[in-house]
Design a protein around this ligand. Structure first.
Ligand code: THU
Length: 160
């Protein structure tokens, strides 16, 4: 029998009142931008907001395409924009929320594999973990100290 290697992660779930003010603010920014998502095919409207080390806040929503794979997730679009426009300003926090169009309640969301790899690259680029804030449908927020918990054993070293 081969040696077993265990990979595990602990996620912290906080009530809204337990969040720092700046985390609440970032989630509210993500909520507000999600309303402008271009998601006519899935009707799943995602909002993402990033806080950079400088304090600057950037926002994006998902942008879909009739050729489905061409569509881009909110987080990936946002991190690309941040890297292109603020190459000297590391991303400190990233809030993600989602809602199905026409529904009142917030939906369950979690970054896809491509976005996880992109978050990982942004962490590597700036040598700084990104705190993830993910809104849960019941109103609590998952606060995750970096992508490692969501993407263990990831590809990160061409010479490893
Ligand atoms: N989507 C995001 O923008 N972020 C996520 O974390 C999950 C999924 C988008 C992609 C697509 O436009 C729609 O949500 C449905 O998958």
């Amino acid at each position: 029998m081969g040696k077993k290697i265990k990979i595990s992660a602990e996620l912290e779930e906080l009530a809204w009142e337990e969040l720092e003010n700046e985390d609440q603010e970032l989630i509210l920014e993500a909520k507000s931008i999600s309303k402008d998502a271009y998601a006519p095919y899935s009707n799943f409207q995602v909002g993402a907001a990033a806080k950079l080390n400088s304090g600057r806040i950037l926002r994006s929503s998902n942008q879909e395409n009739v050729s489905f794979p061409v569509g881009v997730c909110a987080e990936r679009l946002l991190l690309g924009y941040a890297g292109a426009n603020y190459p000297e300003d590391p991303v400190k926090k990233l809030a993600i929320v989602a809602k199905r169009k026409g529904e009142k309640d917030w939906a369950s969301v979690s970054p896809c594999g491509l976005c996880r790899q992109t978050i990982s690259e942004t962490e590597m680029r700036f040598n700084q973990a990104i705190t993830l804030l993910i809104l849960r449908p019941e109103g609590q927020v998952l606060k995750i100290p970096g992508i490692q918990a969501l993407l263990p054993f990831k590809f990160e070293d061409l010479n490893g």
